[in-house]
Design a protein around this ligand. Structure first.
Ligand code: C2O
Length: 495
């Protein structure tokens, strides 16, 4: 536990190596990564390497009670995996209860030695991790969330690299500052580690060039604002203009929130500050200069969200998904709150129904999906449909162990006979987390080429707790070792 003070409130936080947010894990594509996690606190712990493909090494994936039992007090577990065919930014976080609130940090994967970026080499690279700060302790927050039904718990501040920023009480000194030299280009490695909120991010008077998402390069595009869901990572290039030293600009991270659940509509602010080359010290007068403020979209701007996700395109022509015609499983998967069903209403609602119209009277179901088994190398096409049963709300769905291609998306009800003809099989983005649009759908494809048990869930922590989750069991292939999950390591924590 480490005492941390924000918003004039001091609390003991669960941290890794005493740091909040946690230290970066830095690797090169192709590296074998070995990380020993020792639990020195009272809580049970497990760590997930979010977005790492974990090819054949599912024992190192980390979700508690899915691929391992948690590491108990005083115990250690060594996570071992190879970073294969991935480079960019990912992140790590605790994967038990809501402990990722303070236990998280970036994973920085450089290209192989002698390989270069598909864009000019940046002058400097800067991790930017968004989070949330709660004045109450995490246990209290979880208990409230679990009791209060539909009422979401609201954090007290958003943070940029652990700092709320000058728009909050007591936080002028707790403001992230990014110092830049005129004319230089910076690679911002942005992670949304917030528990329960999609975020917009912008820097006044500066254009951002998106070059990578979820550790996959994308066709570069320029934007004034990015949108990032919990779980996603986005690399952007920022070119510092010609500005006098001490020129300052505000950067803001504020919520994109649809639906009726309560949310924090406050904004975290940081400062982009120009310094002459070689200058390191901050001129304290700079913060008194008037600062340009960027404009963020309205918190419910779903058309910004739709347009922004359309701009994400993969660099090349991926072989999958175009080549693979997925076998039709024709199954309805259902997510229900807590998997709880009410025996006084034993009938299933009629499926399919008009998901984005009036919901059926009976929305209780006996058939919620918990585990789905896939033979090795199955081509999966998955359509995620948002419904209006509780409220229209966008959900950042995350799949462990794979990247998927986002081949289609739209508003309203998915139409299986007409929508597939508009699928993008040429340059669909490849990601591990997708924002399922409020009142709409996304179509994903992935190749089940990684044997193991793979969690899939909404990355809004509240919704994971409520039951928006399932697991895929991908069976070993017949091709021997290279198509089989490795044997469990000897130190795999017992329950
Ligand atoms: Cu980052 Cu299962 O999550």
């Amino acid at each position: 536990m480490t005492n941390v003070t924000r918003l004039c409130t001091t609390k003991a936080l669960l941290t890794v190596n005493g740091q909040y947010p946690g230290p970066p894990v830095v690797a090169r594509e192709g590296d074998r990564v070995v990380i020993k996690v020792t639990n020195n606190v009272k809580n049970n712990i497990s760590i997930h390497w979010h977005g790492i493909r974990q090819l054949r090494s599912g024992w190192a994936d980390g979700p508690a009670y899915v691929t391992q039992c948690p590491i108990q007090t005083g115990q250690s577990y060594v996570y071992k995996f190879i970073v294969k065919r991935q480079r960019g930014t990912l992140w790590w976080h605790a994967h038990i209860s809501w402990l990722r609130a303070s236990i998280h940090g970036p994973i920085i994967i450089y290209p192989k030695k002698n390989a270069s970026y598909p864009f000019p080499r940046p002058h400097q690279e800067v991790p930017i991790v968004f989070g949330e700060w709660w004045n109450a302790d995490t246990e209290t927050v979880i208990n409230q969330a679990m009791q209060s039904g539909a009422q979401a718990n609201v954090s007290d501040a958003y943070t940029i690299n652990g700092l709320p920023g000058l728009m909050y009480n007591c936080s002028t000194n707790d403001t992230f500052r990014l110092k830049v030299n005129p004319g230089k280009t910076y690679l911002l490695r942005i992670v949304n580690a917030a528990l329960n909120s999609d975020l917009f991010f912008a820097i006044a008077n500066h254009t951002l060039t998106v070059v990578e998402a979820d550790a996959v390069y994308v066709k570069p595009f320029q934007t004034n604002v990015i949108l990032i869901t919990p779980g996603q990572t986005t690399n952007v290039l920022l070119t510092a203009m010609s500005q006098p030293p001490n020129a300052t600009f505000l950067m803001l991270a504020g919520p994109f929130a649809t639906g009726t659940a309560a949310f924090d509509n406050s904004t975290s602010a940081g400062i982009l500050e120009y310094v002459t080359s070689n200058a390191t010290a901050v001129n304290s007068s700079s913060s008194s200069l008037p600062m340009m403020k960027p404009t963020l979209p309205a918190p419910n701007d779903t058309s910004f969200a739709a347009n922004f996700s359309q701009k994400m395109r993969s660099l090349g022509n991926p072989k999958f998904p175009a080549a693979a015609v997925p076998q039709k499983m024709d199954k309805q998967f259902l997510f229900t709150s807590n998997g709880v069903y009410n025996t006084t209403f034993p009938d299933n609602p009629p499926f399919p129904f008009n998901y984005t119209g009036t919901p059926p009277n009976n929305t209780q179901t006996l058939n919620d999906t918990r585990v789905e088994v896939l033979p090795f190398n199955t081509s999966v096409q998955l359509v995620l449909q948002d419904t209006s049963i509780a409220t229209f709300e966008s959900h950042p769905l995350h799949l462990h162990g794979f990247n998927f291609f986002i081949v289609g998306q739209g508003m309203g009800n998915y139409n299986a006979s007409t929508d597939p003809s508009n699928f993008n099989l040429v340059d669909p983005p490849e990601r591990n987390t997708v924002g399922v649009p409020s009142g709409g759908w996304v179509a994903l494809r992935f190749l089940a080429d990684n044997p193991g048990v793979w969690f899939m869930h909404c990355h809004l922590e509240l919704h994971t707790s409520w039951g928006l989750k399932m697991a895929w069991v991908v069976l070993n292939g017949n091709g021997g070792r290279s198509q089989s999950l490795l044997p469990p390591p000897k130190d795999l924590p017992p329950c």
